[in-house]
Design a protein around this ligand. Structure first.
Ligand SMILES: [Zn+2]
Length: 75
């Protein structure tokens, strides 16, 4: 399993950096810890699979110009 590196999206068509529609599939396993009263606390969430299917720009409505780029290390 690979850890997701921090990335951001950029629309090269309109310059949008902040608004995207992301379609993704996330498969997880987690520990559901119930109280006798029925309240649940979800712990130990493990990501088994994470697929990003598509990313489209919220501003121009197209995914054609959207690129993913690594965030610079915060110094
Ligand atoms: Zn755009």
């Amino acid at each position: 399993m690979t850890d997701d590196l921090p990335t951001r999206y950029r629309c090269t068509k309109c310059g949008n950096l902040t608004r995207f529609d992301v379609t993704e599939t996330l498969r997880t396993r987690s520990f559901h810890h119930f109280t006798l009263g029925g309240d649940v606390q979800i712990e130990e969430v493990e990501t088994l699979a994470h697929d990003i299917e598509s990313v489209s720009c919220r501003w121009c409505g197209s995914g054609d110009g959207v690129v993913s780029e690594a965030l610079a290390d915060p110094v």
